[in-house]
Design a protein around this ligand. Structure first.
Ligand code: SF4
Length: 703
């Protein structure tokens, strides 16, 4: 009423962005979020970064999808056009839920009947809840009849997980981020936590202020290098040379924890034999770090009372990503720096629920809880649990699915909340593949670059509109609560998945989110002890939590590893260079990643007023020497091209990158850097080499 102050109400939930998993309180007035406050969660102690504090208004953006959309007959799909959300909307007409669900059923069932059960695939999302991820993979496995289901984990830590499963029997972190506060030595390699896990980085900064030593190993400088004891600015793609040289020092100087190695590891003899040629002297010219420095950091790491390693996609997004992670695992195993507070291995998870989505089975080779689809016992269990027949053949991964579309094996796709037209390497090729599908169903909150290639687009729920559980990088399962009603005719993702399942003929009973969680936990031993009621009450429980009453375990591997022998495996790594090295035509190395103000493909943060005002245009970070060489000034528009495509961006002078290398974030549709990146894959994790490809840069003629 006029003159009467409107009341706000508070809803306790989570931040929707990164894997740190900060707990927040949304303050809501008249169905709009007006303020976000940090809560006293286990990962954040009330701290928030700029995204968590100011990046919420995308939920109210006028471009939210509010009704189902069907492609107009006179609007053919155009892969090579850069759509804006508004121009893409003109290709569609509004429809009712009844109409679209009938069409979806006809299309998917028609493709299955004509092309068989290898012809459909699905991408779920690491931004959706555990319950949504679980139902989505169940739909693909039981409804499409194959395991062609994946999500963006394939683009971030697939190689880390491959190495961790092989070496330690578990793909999750050993210790929480906050254990940095208990470490004497912190190693951060191939990660930029102040940008990508900002609240996590605050624990590292606090630890350094309290006397911990910080070793940052990265081809680029970052904010953390300012407080680091050592910044090891090695040449891009030479991780194995550097890490094996450190391991060589640990062995040759007898810094090995022999008691730990004897009791808890296997493969030692073959492992140390492989290290022989990797002396610091031999590797110094390869990685660009002098032998004495390699020795110093190896000693620091090995001899401290507690050393912890954090890593990011600078380690994983290479064709040798699995080898890089094998070396990190070996560092911890050889020195016994694992299984205690303040030690261990922590691959920093990117998206808010990439850990939970993977746990829930949103990956092509594993059922929920990492039970292999090729394992007869696991297959028999899920056949009985889901009352269906299942294949024992692992499915295709993200990039493999794009290739299978080109080969006309995959004919139809269901994509929920992912934007491969922006996030996949060689994005023009990915867009061509998506546009060539007989039928593409996209479920999202905005008209993304992927939705612009769809036949049907379904309006979904934004984070602040849904209740569900999410698992952060620390393995902590946390409760998010709906704070807002859905706009227009948008629907809950969980409801939509159930309706699509019904449309393709699956006989599922309608389930609430709590019922889905209950179904999940009964087939996932690691979270069996977490009941929905407990989550509602406690807000956060860290798995493994195997029985009701189990307090949960932030630190794991204290006595054994979950491998068949109970021992950790030392796996030798060889030096393999990047798939595409610079040459005369393409002399510069391009590395891609994220920036503080934007999130992944930008579909949310570029519609957040504060964040977009801070970083409104695509920029490429270039060393001053390279700008001079090209005769380009900071702020000029440059053209950047690889063998796969070209884009334009503004040049930003930044001495944080090495001469001959450039860095660009992949959030800008108008400068979609993944048009340039290389789809070559790591053979184990099937992760593309997003951290290294050859490009050339010139002053833009268009300016
Ligand atoms: Fe959100 Fe991550 Fe920032 Fe925390 S650190 S507020 S989870 S983006």
């Amino acid at each position: 009423k006029a003159g009467v102050p409107q009341q706000t109400h508070a809803v306790d939930s989570l931040c929707p962005f990164c894997g740190v998993g900060c707990q927040v309180t949304y303050h809501v007035k008249e169905d709009r979020i007006v303020r976000v406050e940090g809560r006293d969660g286990p990962a954040n102690d009330s701290r928030l970064c700029v995204k968590g504090r100011y990046g919420f208004d995308y939920v109210h953006h006028p471009e939210r999808l509010t009704q189902p959309l069907v492609r107009r007959e006179d609007a053919p799909k155009q892969a090579h056009r850069d759509w804006t959300a508004q121009s893409a909307m003109a290709q569609f007409r509004p429809a009712t839920w009844d109409e679209v669900l009938e069409k979806i059923g006809q299309q998917f069932k028609g493709i299955l009947a004509k092309h068989g059960n290898q012809s459909l695939a699905g991408f779920g999302s690491a931004k959706c809840s555990n319950e949504e991820a679980y139902l989505f993979q169940k739909l693909v496995r039981t409804g499409f009849g194959n395991h062609h289901v994946d999500h963006c984990t394939r683009l971030c830590h697939a190689s880390s997980v491959a190495a961790l499963l092989e070496g330690l029997g578990s793909g999750a972190v050993s210790n929480p981020v906050k254990d940095a506060m208990k470490a004497e030595v912190i190693v951060v390699i191939g990660a930029n936590p102040t940008v990508n896990h900002p609240v996590g980085a605050t624990w590292m900064k606090n630890a350094v202020a309290d006397g911990a030593k910080l070793i940052v190993m990265d081809p680029r400088q970052s904010d953390l290098t300012r407080i680091a004891t050592h910044h090891i600015q090695f040449k891009p793609d030479t991780d194995v040379a550097l890490l094996n040289a450190m391991l060589n020092v640990i062995v040759s100087e007898n810094l090995v924890d022999h008691a730990f190695v004897a009791r808890r590891t296997e493969g030692y003899d073959a492992f140390i034999k492989n290290l022989t040629p990797f002396t610091p002297e031999a590797m110094a010219p390869v990685c660009g770090i002098d032998a004495d420095t390699i020795r110093q950091i190896a000693r620091m790491y090995a001899t401290s009372k507690a050393s912890i390693i954090f890593w990011g996609m600078g380690v994983s997004q290479h064709i040798h990503g699995t080898d890089n992670a094998r070396c990190l695992i070996a560092l911890a195993l050889l020195t016994g720096q694992i299984g205690r507070p303040g030690t261990g291995l922590h691959p920093l998870r990117g998206q808010n629920n990439v850990q939970g989505a993977s746990d829930a089975g949103l990956i092509p080779m594993m059922f929920p809880d990492y039970q292999k689809v090729s394992d007869a016992k696991a297959k028999a269990f899920f056949e009985e649990y889901w009352n269906c027949e299942l294949s024992d053949k692992p499915g295709l991964t993200v990039v493999e699915i794009m290739k299978a579309i080109e080969d006309k094996q995959i004919r139809g796709m269901y994509i929920m909340g992912e934007n491969p037209a922006m996030s996949d390497p060689d994005a023009e090729h990915a867009r061509e593949s998506l546009a060539s599908l007989d039928f593409l169903l996209v479920q999202d909150i905005f008209m993304t670059e992927t939705a612009a290639l769809a036949d049907i687009v379904l309006p979904a729920s934004a984070f602040a509109e849904k209740t569900g559980s999410f698992t952060n990088t620390d393995r902590t399962v946390q409760m998010a609560r709906a704070a807002l009603p859905l706009p227009g005719d948008a629907r809950q993702d969980l409801w939509i998945i159930q309706q699509v399942a019904k449309a393709i003929g699956l006989n599922w009973k309608a389930q609430t989110v709590a019922e889905v969680f209950d179904e999940m936990r009964m087939c996932m031993p690691e979270i069996r002890g977490i009941t929905w009621e407990r989550l509602e009450r406690e807000d956060a429980v860290t798995y493994p939590c195997t029985f009701e009453g189990d307090t949960g375990h932030p630190v794991v591997f204290t006595e054994t590893f979950p491998t068949p022998s109970g021992k950790g495996k030392l796996v030798p790594a060889s030096l393999v260079h990047a798939d595409e090295l610079p040459d005369e035509d393409y002399p510069i190395v391009l590395m891609t990643g994220r920036q503080l103000e934007h999130w992944h493909t930008g579909s949310m943060t570029r519609r957040s007023a504060v964040l977009d005002a801070l970083e409104p245009v695509p920029v490429v970070q270039m060393h001053p020497e390279d700008l001079n060489k090209l005769g380009v000034k900071a702020g000029d528009v440059v053209e950047m091209a690889s063998r796969r495509g070209a884009i334009q961006a503004y040049a930003r002078q930044d001495a944080a990158v090495q001469p001959g290398t450039v860095f660009m974030a992949f959030c800008y549709a108008e400068g979609a850097i993944n048009k340039l990146t290389n789809p070559a894959l790591d053979p184990f994790g099937k992760i593309p080499e997003l951290k290294f490809c050859a490009v050339r840069i010139s002053a833009s003629k268009a300016e």
